[in-house]
Ligand binder design. Structure first.
Ligand code: G1P
Length: 290
């Protein structure tokens, strides 16, 4: 039996420079896809995978995230006064209970590996998930749930992966594969943002991870890598070198890179079209533009 994954870390300190000016005064995690902020989708996915403790690694100018998950007394009183019980109930259905969420700060932008390391005292000595919120995964079952199910079999570390054109490997962590059944790949190494010519494969990590707690000690020793940042991928490579299992799952579903303007627009269109109340109207609108 592998230890259950109960905790998730959400690295939300990033500045969102690829989608400026939208993110100048609003955290990118609070940008809405259709009718919910990105952070809402991430929490829903984590809950569906059995996560019950949520840790945010945040930064300056990100307080809107904390407010979003807090009780809004003024809003609630107004809704109650106006007899909008349905809206109130809907909000209470997803609001985390007190103590389920905790926040810590990444004081300097030193990379994804450093952000995860900042949560070491909150996570302690157990496996945990990492969910970068701008990778919006639309999967059934939800992506992290698919990964948790695989982890129950394999143990070790599990990441979500996709195949990319070789010229794009310099944007991702890339797996060095030893076995691959077309759905699940086992890796003997992982490299952050290699040049296409040096990439060990074209199977790349997207933003979902299940990681063993030994990563914290490894990240402590990790020196700045690609882009001068402490890379999570380098910490994972150290775990593989220590003999830990490492698998990449091609999750069934779709990924939207919402840290990118076009990816963000695509997510809004795709989720809008499949929205039960808005889909038909949006389809008609889009047709009138094309
Ligand atoms: C990060 C990781 C990279 C991963 C990517 C997925 O890179 O470092 O290994 O493939 O996320 O989105 P970033 O996009 O933050 O540069």
């Amino acid at each position: 039996m592998h230890k259950r994954v109960r905790k998730a870390v959400f690295p939300v300190a990033g500045l969102g420079t690829r989608i400026l000016p939208a993110t100048k005064a609003v955290p990118k995690e609070m940008l809405t896809v259709v009718d919910k902020p990105l952070i809402h989708y991430a929490i829903e996915e984590a809950k569906a995978a059995g996560i019950d403790e949520f840790y945010f690694v945040t930064g300056r100018a990100k307080s809107a995230i904390e407010d979003y998950f807090d009780v809004g007394f003024e809003l609630e009183a107004t809704l109650r006064e106006r007899g909008k019980a349905d809206l109130l109930d809907e909000m209470h259905s997803w609001l985390p209970t007190a103590g389920e969420i905790a926040y810590t700060r990444q004081q300097r932008p030193l990379g994804l590996g450093h952000a995860v390391w900042c949560a070491r005292h909150l996570v302690g000595d157990e496996p945990f998930a990492v969910i970068p919120v701008d990778d919006l995964m639309v999967c059934e079952p939800p992506c992290l749930k698919q990964m948790v199910d695989v982890y129950a079999e394999t143990g070790g570390n599990v990441v979500a992966v996709v195949e990319v054109p070789r010229q794009e490997t310099r944007r991702y962590g890339v797996l060095d594969i030893v076995a691959d059944d077309g759905r699940l790949a086992r890796a003997k190494g992982v490299v952050e943002k290699p040049d296409p010519a040096d990439a060990p494969s074209t199977l790349t990590i997207i933003g979902r991870y299940i990681i063993q707690p030994e990563i914290f000690a490894r990240l402590e020793e990790t020196t700045p890598g690609s882009g001068g940042e402490i890379q999570l991928t380098d910490g994972l490579a150290a775990l593989i070198a220590d003999g830990q299992a490492f698998h990449g799952l091609r999750a069934a579903g779709r990924r939207f890179d919402c840290g990118d303007k076009l990816g963000f627009l695509e997510a809004n269109i795709a989720l809008g079209l499949s929205h039960p109340e808005l889909g038909d109207g949006l389809r008609r609108l889009l047709q009138s533009y094309l």
